[in-house]
Design a protein around this ligand. Structure first.
Ligand SMILES: [Zn+2]
Length: 482
């Protein structure tokens, strides 16, 4: 056996959901050479895992890291919690294809001005390939980005000519390696898009085994019709529906995850569908009154109009300014916020559904971000697995790895299996923990001892190694379709 590295004495949790087994794992040329109870040859380069858990690298199924990958390629918030692949372009917003100095909300959630400089999706992919990040990337194209690129006025439905232009940009993106489309009809620049516009724009998804990820039009009182719309778009385009950051917003909707998960289970019998979520009872996006009025508490993450509001409660800022919520919003805008509007019981129930993947949904450039950007995966392992016991360790890791890989069509990642890419995380199941909190959101996790991406060490337990072995992944069918 000619291995670059053999990790010995590990508790192997292979990503399939099966029971852990003791064994070794050999890496050679970016891939797993062998895994199991083999004898390392004399003189081999070994690392003793000390009986700790060795798992496939985690796949963050829902991110807004499109611009962060370029600006901070060491990806510390992600590799420090064991993530080796990020899915970008969610909620309708992708960096490409769009060239703009100023962008409307919520596109500004992706980062500061200057990031939107890629006229084609292929330009962005080429840039990432030339200057790789530490993590791999699964890229989606945002429907809102396409609308802003093509339409002079996004407050209306797209004309047939505009739909054709967006479909053309999407087809080009799919050829450049995109895995599919995301929509965010919850947000102003896409709210006027009717179902048939989305179906027309998504025509290039047909026959490609593509993804249709959606931040639903409504996650509160009218969530069921919004889910039915997404399923209809999935059936019309042949794409796999991903219900993004599945949640029930507002107290009067708490408990309705029984109904929505039942709907997903029924839908899964007739079309490809899955969902992602994170383990917090609060969400985060641009500051909006509909969200603030549903929330028990609203925490400001940034404000251009009144920067002193950052990190404080919206109600406290309103009192300080002596303004009602509408006037306070006008004063703070543009701004971002965290909203406490989900029930912990719904979050647990959603996590236990067999089709639920883990997605951080973090906003990496926020000055006072939601802690999910730094702590989602380690919080699942600490809280749901170790403290509450609502998920077993193999089941939690399966959602973060094998399940996500199969949903996104990755044939050679997500499992510890000979021939698969060596995306790996070594962790201590007794100490792994998120340290990021709503009060102190930018803190590294504990208990993630080492992370490898394509066989190269990117996190040594204390710091990013500086290596950038990440690849822009291609859908399994891409070569055949091209
Ligand atoms: Zn979203």
């Amino acid at each position: 056996m000619q291995a670059d590295l053999i990790i010995t004495n590990a508790l192997i949790v292979d990503g399939s959901g099966g029971a852990p087994v003791r064994g070794n794992l050999a890496i050679q040329d970016q891939r797993i050479l062998a895994v199991g109870e083999f004898q390392p040859p004399a003189g081999a380069n070994t690392r003793d895992a000390g009986g700790k858990v060795l798992a496939p690298g985690f796949i963050d199924s829902h991110t807004h890291d499109d611009g962060y990958l370029l600006a901070h390629p060491d990806m510390t918030p992600k590799v420090s919690q064991g993530i080796t692949t990020v899915v970008t372009g969610n909620c309708g917003i992708s960096l490409a294809p769009l060239v703009r100095d100023a962008v409307p909300q919520p596109l500004d959630l992706l980062g500061p001005p200057g990031l939107f400089r890629f006229a084609t999706f292929a330009d962005w992919v080429a840039h990432l390939q030339a200057q790789p990040a530490a993590t791999n990337v699964i890229a989606l194209v945002g429907h809102t980005t396409l609308r802003v690129a093509v339409m002079d006025d996004t407050a209306r439905a797209a004309t047939p000519r505009e739909r054709e232009a967006m479909a053309g940009l999407l087809d080009e993106a799919m050829r450049a390696g995109a895995f599919g489309v995301s929509t965010g009809t919850f947000y102003p620049p896409a709210a006027a898009a009717p179902t048939d516009e989305i179906i027309d724009v998504c025509a290039p998804l047909a026959g490609r085994g593509a993804i249709y990820a959606t931040h639903l039009r409504d996650e509160a009182d009218h969530i069921v019709p919004a889910m039915e719309e997404a399923l209809e778009i999935g059936r019309a385009t042949g794409a796999r529906v991903v219900f993004s950051h599945h949640k029930l917003a507002g107290e009067r909707n708490h408990g309705r995850s029984r109904e929505t998960l039942e709907l997903i289970t029924r839908a899964a019998a007739r079309q490809p569908v899955c969902l992602d979520c994170h383990p917090y009872p609060a969400t985060s996006t641009m500051l909006r009154l509909d969200r603030a009025r549903l929330a028990s508490r609203t925490l400001i993450t940034w404000s251009k109009g009144y920067p002193a509001a950052t990190g404080r409660d919206f109600s406290e800022v309103q009192a300080e300014l002596g303004l009602d919520d509408e006037a306070a919003l006008a004063r703070l805008a543009p701004a971002g916020a965290i909203y406490f509007l989900m029930s912990p019981d719904d979050v647990t129930r959603i996590f236990q559904h067999p089709l639920t993947m883990v997605g951080s949904d973090g906003l990496p450039f926020d000055p006072h971000p939601h802690p999910r950007q730094w702590g989602t995966f380690t919080r699942v392992l600490r809280r749901l697995v170790r403290e509450e016991g609502t998920l077993s360790l193999p089941a939690a890791i399966h959602r973060m790895t094998g399940l996500a890989a199969s949903q996104y069509g990755l044939a050679d990642r997500g499992l510890l299996k000979a021939g698969h890419y060596a995306d790996l995380v070594l962790l201590d199941p007794d100490t792994v923990a998120d340290l990021a909190t709503f009060a102190e959101p930018v803190r590294r996790s504990e208990g993630i001892e080492a992370v490898w991406v394509n066989g190269t060490l990117v996190w040594n337990g204390r710091a990013a190694s500086g290596a950038r072995p990440g690849q822009v992944l291609r859908p399994a069918g891409a070569r055949a379709a091209a």
